[in-house]
Write a new protein. Structure first.
Length: 97
């Protein structure tokens, strides 16, 4: 079982402020992680009070990333949800004598 994180990448409106933030962290198989990624791409709100009118979700590559265009009442957001697997960590490293 892998340890996964879903990362949201977006331009928050002005064109100059780029945001990369963690949306979810969990453990599971690659298939479970891809299912969770897809669920988040279809339902996650990139801004707390976003009043969604329409959402288009496009798969990028083999399913480890999705591009979502979310139309709100005032603003439209273009975001990418991407899946990342933990491959290395200092957590639990043995202490050196």
């Amino acid at each position: 079982m892998g340890r996964w994180v879903v990362v949201l990448q977006s331009d928050i409106g002005s064109g100059s402020d780029y945001v990369c933030e963690e949306v979810a962290r969990f453990e599971g198989t690659r298939e479970q992680a891809r299912a969770r990624l897809y669920e988040l791409a279809c339902t996650h709100r990139p801004r707390p009070r976003l009043r969604q009118k329409r959402r288009d979700v496009h798969r990028i590559g083999d399913g480890d990333a999705y591009y979502a265009r979310i139309e709100g009442r005032v603003l439209t957001f273009a975001v990418i949800y991407q899946l990342a697997e933990l491959v290395w960590s200092t957590e639990g490293e043995p202490e050196q004598p």
